[in-house]
Design a protein around this ligand. Structure first.
Ligand SMILES: Nc1ncnc2c1ncn2[C@@H]1O[C@H](COP(=O)(O)OP(=O)(O)O)[C@@H](O)[C@H]1O
Ligand SMILES: [Mg+2]
Length: 95
C-alpha cells in the first residue's frame, strides 16, 4: 500500500506540475498475489527528454530520489507512452 500511495502521489504531482490536466485510474486485479494497476493519463506536452529522466541523467527537481525513476523502482511493471498529445504511465504494484 505504501508503494502504491507513493507511486500515485508522484504521478499525480507530475500531472499537476507539468500538464493542464489528466486522470488517474486505479484498477484492482485479482490473483496471487493481487495487484493494483495505476494508470496516469494526461493531455500535457509529453516528455521529450524521457530517456535522460529514466537513465538518471536528468536529476529530479525534488531531489528526493523519487519522481519517475522512483516509481519505476517501486513497481512490478512500468510503461510510459509519451508524445506531443500527452503521456500515459501504466504501472502495477503487487499487494
Ligand atoms: N506527465 C508529464 N508531462 C510532461 N512532462 C513531465 C511529466 N512528468 C514528468 N515530466 C517531465 O519529466 C521531468 C522528470 O519528472 P520526475 O522524474 O517526476 O522528476 P521531477 O518531477 O522531480 O522533476 C520533469 O521535470 C518534467 O520535465
Ligand atoms: Mg515528479
Amino acid at each position: 500500500v505504501q508503494r502504491a500511495a507513493t507511486a500515485v502521489s508522484e504521478l499525480a504531482r507530475n500531472i499537476v506540475s507539468y500538464t493542464p490536466g489528466g486522470r488517474l485510474k486505479l484498477e484492482p486485479i485479482a490473483g496471487t498475489p493481487p495487484r493494483l494497476r495505476i494508470i496516469a493519463r494526461d493531455q500535457g506536452p509529453g516528455i521529450p527528454h524521457l530517456p535522460d529522466v529514466l537513465s538518471g541523467k536528468y536529476r529530479s527537481k525534488t531531489g528526493l530520489g523519487r519522481g519517475l525513476r522512483g516509481v519505476k523502482e517501486l513497481t512490478a511493471s512500468f510503461d510510459i507512452q509519451t508524445g506531443p498529445a500527452g503521456t500515459t504511465v501504466t504501472a502495477e504494484v503487487l499487494l
